[in-house]
Design a protein around this ligand. Structure first.
Ligand SMILES: [Fe+2]
Length: 446
């Protein structure tokens, strides 16, 4: 859409003149949101195709609104832009009034897209003024704004999930590149010696409250998959009647399978015995060497049981990703502390718009030898999403009110912006959700 393109250009023109600062990171992040919607038609912005997804217009407004919330935290005199906008754009924060119902975000035409784009620009201006007037070296102000940026990154990824639901291959990204050439790779299990491990974030940059505090946790010896489970492996489960045998399933999972008639991962379709996936690369035959994606926790758990293994705990996952037994040190990413780049993993900025085959990123290997732990697919773990021992909420209702009925996923996906992922990142979803880019890898006791 021309209007989005021109706003984005205005932002990009500023980036070159900005030195490393919160404002520069803000401009970058805001521009990335607009990149995702730059090629949409006006009608695409307002449609809601499922109760669990949101119209693109809502995401653009909501991420802007959260900066208002942040500014109001620091400046008690802050005046919100509009009561009506706040009501529509509030996701689930009861402390800011009763939010508009999530499943009905696509049932209203006001505020219009043009009003939301004006609002988007207005908030940019307000944030710029705010950052020039307040001390951004103040730890609390800085971490609140960093949370705002990371929150926008989370919505960029949600927006990508929603764009697949809304448009799939009709969506035209600004940039799309071919997946890297693969090496031949064979799935295997990698042994990890147990013992005491410091679980959680140990660096000095931004992380969410749920990644803290870093604390001791004990685990016995275990082994973990070198790669996420592939489509070929998952199809064996399907061929063996995996979806029709109750003995593979948790009771709740079996109920969900029955009620929804699941016979495959989401977005899979079968024609004349040929399974295809419908994603940003079109309707294409299932690639046996890509990680399986769009599976719920229940499906991941059922597969693991069928395979005679189990899902890893989040501590087992993190240790195999970030701990180096040779040097007895822990890093932010599997490859060390350098930020992600396209040679090491498949994230949003890789612009591949789909999973890559296993073995595609030997440079992203962890000290234990596990690959593709960052990027491609979020990986379900068996861990309940709860606060770590000693948890302290830094922003009431953001994470802490979800400490029930959700499982932890680790590692990021091909829709995750690179600035927002790290080895200690804890994502969480309900056990039956599968429109996000979620897969899994196996673990076993040894
Ligand atoms: Fe949000």
């Amino acid at each position: 859409m021309r209007q989005v393109m021109s706003i984005r250009q205005t932002l990009d023109d500023q980036i070159d003149d900005l030195k490393g600062s919160l404002w520069r990171d803000f401009v970058h992040t805001r521009s990335r949101t607009l990149r995702l919607v730059a090629n949409l038609e006006m009608d695409d912005f307002v449609v809601q195709t499922a109760t669990y997804m949101s119209p693109p217009k809502w995401h653009i407004g909501h991420v802007s609104w959260l900066y208002e919330v942040i500014m109001s935290r620091v400046n008690k005199e802050y005046q919100f832009y509009s009561k009506e906008f706040s009501e529509y754009l509030n996701s689930y924060y009861n402390q800011f009034g009763e939010p508009h119902q999530k499943g009905r975000r696509g049932t209203v035409s006001r505020p219009t897209l043009n009003q939301i784009l004006d609002y988007y620009m207005e908030i940019n201006g307000r944030v710029q003024t705010f950052l020039s007037e307040y001390d951004t070296s103040d730890k609390d102000v800085k971490s609140l704004f960093e949370m705002g940026l990371n929150h926008e990154c989370q919505h960029q990824e949600l927006l990508v999930y929603d764009l697949q639901h809304l448009l799939a291959d009709v969506y035209v990204p600004l940039k799309k590149v071919s997946p890297p050439r693969r090496a031949t790779a064979t799935p295997s299990m990698i042994p990890v010696r147990g013992g005491m491990y410091r679980l959680g974030y140990g660096g000095d940059q931004f992380c969410y409250d749920i990644e803290l505090p870093e604390h001791n946790t004990y685990m016995d010896n275990y082994s973990l998959g070198r790669f996420p489970v592939t489509n070929a492996e998952y199809m064996q489960f399907m061929k063996d009647g995996g979806y029709s045998k109750f003995e593979n399933w948790l009771s709740d999972g079996w109920k969900v399978v029955q009620e929804n008639g699941w016979t495959s991962p989401m977005y899979w379709e079968e024609t004349d015995g040929q399974w295809c996936i419908v994603d940003f690369r079109g309707r294409r035959p299932i690639n046996p060497t890509e990680p399986v994606v769009h599976v719920s926790f229940y499906e991941a758990d059922a597969y693991a049981r069928w395979a005679g293994k189990r899902l890893p705990t989040e501590a087992e996952w993190e240790k195999a990703a970030c701990y180096d037994p040779t040097s007895d040190t822990k890093s932010i990413y599997p490859w060390g502390d350098e930020p992600p780049d396209y040679t090491k993993c498949n994230l949003l900025e890789s612009n591949i718009w789909g999973c890559t085959e296993i073995g595609s990123y030997p440079e992203g290997v962890s000290p234990y030898g596990c690959e593709q732990m960052i990027g491609d697919v979020w990986e379900w773990t068996s861990s309940e999403f709860v606060g770590y021992r000693g948890f302290k909420s830094t922003f009431r209702e953001y994470n802490d009110k979800w400490f029930t009925g959700q499982k932890v996923l680790r590692g990021g996906s091909y829709g995750t912006p690179s600035m927002s992922i790290r080895g200690s990142y804890r994502n969480f979803f309900r056990l039956d959700e599968r429109w996000m880019f979620a897969g899994f890898r196996l673990a076993s006791d040894i």
